[in-house]
Design a protein around this ligand. Structure first.
Ligand code: RB5
Length: 149
């Protein structure tokens, strides 16, 4: 699987650990995040990852900041993105199964690294269930077209 990952200064070590785990599983990871602790702006990384996902350059995206909130708000501004802020393997799995989320957002100051790794694993291994969920996802995506109205 091709995966784009991004982070700000609040999640450097967590991002690096997730990249290592994904690469060990054989995934191709594109790192759009920062690798220093210098203060940065999370929307820059959210935009880079979201655009890679929206263009289908990668299969899925992962964004980690302090809370995951800023990353999720920013990523969801990009057309075609369904970024889900998750705090557990359960919410990450459900975001794929029910919402067809294409970006996982986590907060490194909110959940520990082990939980982030579990959420990532659940996110990349859980398929979209489609069926009745497809209708609901389509209704969400229809909202994008109404932005200018
Ligand atoms: C950075 O201090 C922090 O605001 C950021 O990592 C994130 O939590 C924003 O939502």
């Amino acid at each position: 699987m091709k995966i784009a990952i991004g982070n700000d200064h609040a999640a450097v070590e967590e991002k690096q650990a997730v990249v290592s785990a994904l690469q060990a599983l054989g995934h191709e990871v594109s790192n759009f995040g920062t690798d220093t602790f210098d203060s940065t702006d999370y929307p820059d990384y959210a935009a880079a990852v979201a655009k890679a996902v929206a263009k289908h350059d990668v299969d899925l995206g992962i964004l980690i900041c302090g809370t995951g909130i800023g990353m999720s708000i920013a990523a969801n501004k990009v057309c075609g993105i369904r970024a889900a802020l998750c705090h557990s393997a359960l919410t990450a799995a459900k975001s794929r199964e029910h919402n067809d989320a294409n970006i996982l957002c986590c907060g490194a100051r909110v959940i520990d690294l082990a939980t982030i790794q579990e959420a990532v694993k659940a996110f990349i291994t859980t398929p979209f269930a489609a069926g009745r969920h497809a209708r609901r996802v389509q209704k969400m995506m229809d909202l994008e077209a109404q932005c200018d109205q």
